[in-house]
Write a protein that binds this ligand. Structure first.
Ligand code: IMP
Ligand code: MG
Length: 430
């Protein structure tokens, strides 16, 4: 464990929240390093379901410290709402630290997100409309407001005085009719800053000290490799880096600390939002996957997820760019009740065969998957999956075991964790 990064290998929604929660048992610290409130990490504790967007997934465990690193963009309104809701459910949320270098998502970012999406037309990613893109644009464009500014009223006022008129002009240029009120905005954000100030600190220095003391740290990635701004399906992904290397940058530590990288892959593929999706399914099998358990709807936006077969071209690339040391496969219980299941093992276009994931959207949209067909496994009630989990991998239905073994042999990375349900008990792993 010492410092383990958990990343998504597909388009997000791989079940990272559940895997982080499972691994958090052995962790002293859980740190977020990328994304923002576009993330939706679902955790089940007993019969209770929690969906976190900004709070790290270790927040329900009293002895685990939770960090929101500098690489995350923070919507103060959303974060405060989450803290309040979690407190109302009996968790004190005293185990939280927020980076003073993290950038703030402002209301104008949410407005601009909507306007940009409209103007982009078929180049729009179908964003979560949480202001993520515009907040990262401001970070890189150096128009950003950071947490250290949010909690410093003088600086906050001075920055907003400069920035708000520029954003107003941008909104108008984009055809928007929203009016920004600088005074009201300042008053609101200043109040948020006051409430969040007790959590804000130099998380990089804090984490470095913790790692020197050999604390066990779990880096909680948001989204997935194929939504990554650098390695994902561009421009149909998100605006931050979602791969393991980003954990060092986004949490403010040296890369030498990162000892393990666990990639989470769903047993099939799903995505919310627009963009090419070679193994996408329509019709009965798609409905089957989407409806089972009611889980295949975006945690953040409730949009129906697009679903398809597992895609090993995507996963091979993800294994490489993340430097995986282990894999967690989730939702084996959802990909159940089918006679036959398929796995994409390569792509073909009119002329060429592809082993590597193409960069060009034009090429990718012409790619047709080459499938390997395997036997399916029966649909089992949750209690049965829990019983199987207690016995270990050998107790899995044989076709499911073969399915997992096939993935492992293709990716050449050990599969360390299998998940067959939302509960902590429906998990096989160390
Ligand atoms: P944004 O991150 O809100 O700008 O959205 C960009 C793209 O990433 C859209 O296609 C979203 O549906 C997708 N996306 C962003 N965050 C997540 C996530 O946590 N899970 C799944 N999809 C996401
Ligand atoms: Mg999610």
């Amino acid at each position: 464990m010492p410092a383990t990064v958990v990343v998504g290998l597909q388009f997000g929604d791989e079940g990272k929240g559940k895997i982080i929660d499972f691994l958090a048992d052995a962790a002293d610290v859980v740190a977020r390093f990328n994304g923002g409130a576009n993330a939706g990490h679902t955790i089940q504790v007993g019969q209770d379901l929690y969906a976190f967007h900004l709070l790290p997934s270790g927040v329900l465990r009293k002895r685990t410290m939770n960090l929101v690193g500098n690489g995350v963009v923070i919507d103060p309104e959303q974060l405060l709402k989450e803290i309040e809701e979690t407190r109302a459910r009996g968790h004190p949320v005293k185990n939280l630290l927020i980076s003073d270098r993290a950038h703030v998502v402002m209301p104008y970012h949410r407005i601009l997100d909507g306007l940009e999406e409209k103007l982009k037309g078929n180049l729009g990613a179908g964003t979560t409309l949480r202001g993520i893109g515009p907040a990262f644009e401001d970070k890189v464009g150096r128009f950003g407001i950071r947490m250290c500014d949010l909690i410093d009223p003088e600086v906050l006022r001075a920055k907003l005085q400069k920035i708000v008129p520029i954003k107003q002009r941008l909104i108008e240029a984009y055809g928007g009719t929203e009016r920004l009120d600088p005074d009201a905005l300042f008053a609101q954000e200043e109040a948020y800053g006051k409430q969040l100030a007790p959590f804000v600190t130099d998380t990089s220095a804090w984490l470095d000290a913790a790692l020197r003391k050999r604390k066990r740290v779990l880096f909680e990635g948001a989204q997935g490799t194929h939504l990554c701004i650098d390695h994902g399906i561009y421009p149909f992904g998100t605006s931050s880096d979602c791969v393991a290397g980003a954990a060092a940058v986004g949490a403010g530590i040296g890369p030498q600390y990162l000892t393990e990288v666990v990639g989470v892959a769903k047993a099939f593929t799903s995505r919310v939002g627009a963009g090419p999706f070679p193994t996408e399914l329509e019709g009965a099998v798609a409905e089957h996957l989407r409806e089972r358990g009611g889980g295949e709807y975006g945690t953040t936006t409730r949009r129906p997820r697009r679903v398809g077969w597992l895609d090993l071209v995507m996963l091979r690339m993800a294994a490489r760019v993340n430097g995986l040391t282990g894999i967690a496969v989730t939702k084996l219980d959802v990909l159940a009740g089918l006679d036959r299941v398929r796995i994409g093992v390569g792509y073909r276009t009119n002329g060429a065969a592809f082993k590597e994931f193409p960069a060009s959207m034009r090429v990718l949209s012409q790619c047709r998957p080459v499938y390997r067909e395997l036997k399916g496994w029966p649909d089992l009630p949750e209690e049965e999956w829990v019983r199987i989990a207690a016995k270990g991998k050998r107790a899995l239905p044989e076709p499911a075991r073969k399915y997992v073994a096939f993935i492992e042999s293709q990716l050449k990375v050990p599969i360390r964790i299998l998940s067959m349900g939302r509960s902590r008990a429906a998990t096989i792993g160390r």
